[in-house]
Unconditional design. Structure first.
Length: 110
């Protein structure tokens, strides 16, 4: 059975530079108009002094991600280039454990 991969983002530290997106695009030699990873830089609107909740009708899955992990001996190019070290890629169970021991706002994709 194939390993399940997880991507953990520490949202408090991500600066939205898109270096991870470009590293992935470069690794797979994709055209400028295509990528397997996209950074969403939108901010929620403020209603009555509070941030509105952002909801998406789409379930985000890693269906193209982490094919590079085995080739790069566990060092995903997107995580390696992250200037704030906010991006972590690895086996799903390891990412869950990291999330359990990390404080702040997190997003775990699987």
């Amino acid at each position: 059975m194939a390993k399940k991969i997880g991507v953990l983002v520490e949202l408090d530290y991500c600066v939205g530079c898109s270096a991870c997106q470009l590293a992935c695009q470069d690794y797979y030699q994709l055209p400028v108009t295509e990528t397997y990873m996209r950074c969403f830089l939108g901010k929620p609107d403020v209603v009555d002094g509070r941030h509105e909740m952002f909801m998406s009708p789409y379930a985000y899955r890693l269906d193209k991600c982490a094919n590079c992990l085995e080739k790069e001996e566990g060092n995903a190019p997107c995580a390696a280039i992250c200037i704030s070290k906010a991006l972590h890629v690895g086996e799903l169970e390891e990412m869950k454990q990291l999330a359990d021991t990390t404080e702040g706002h997190l997003a775990l994709y699987r």
